[in-house]
Design a protein around this ligand. Structure first.
Ligand code: SF4
Ligand code: SF4
Length: 88
């Protein structure tokens, strides 16, 4: 079955700013031992270059589906996202 994308969130693509993973670690990160904020699995050094180690290394293969990774940004107005887009 084809997954239906959100019309709203899908209009704000993820630009790998890292904001959401710094603010609150997802349940899957917590289950794997990460801290509540500034997730230990977030890798990268600046907005636009962050990524998730659990995704990259396929440590938890279902994470993309469970967190809707690729479906758009859940925090579209944050400052780090604007930095990644060169808007600030
Ligand atoms: S805040 Fe949005 S753009 Fe930034 S990493 Fe999270 S989903 Fe992607
Ligand atoms: S486990 Fe990955 S997706 Fe979840 S908060 Fe950490 S870096 Fe983000």
């Amino acid at each position: 079955m084809k997954k239906k994308k959100s019309a709203f969130w899908g209009s704000f693509p993820c630009v790998k700013c890292g904001y959401c993973c710094k603010k609150a670690t997802c349940d899957i990160g917590l289950t794997h031992g990460a801290n509540q904020t500034n997730c230990d699995f977030l890798i990268g050094t600046k907005p636009g270059e962050y990524s998730c180690l659990l995704v990259n290394k396929k440590i938890y293969p279902q994470i993309k589906m469970h967190l809707a990774i690729g479906d758009g940004c859940c925090e579209p107005l944050n400052t780090d996202r604007k930095l990644a887009l060169g808007m600030l």
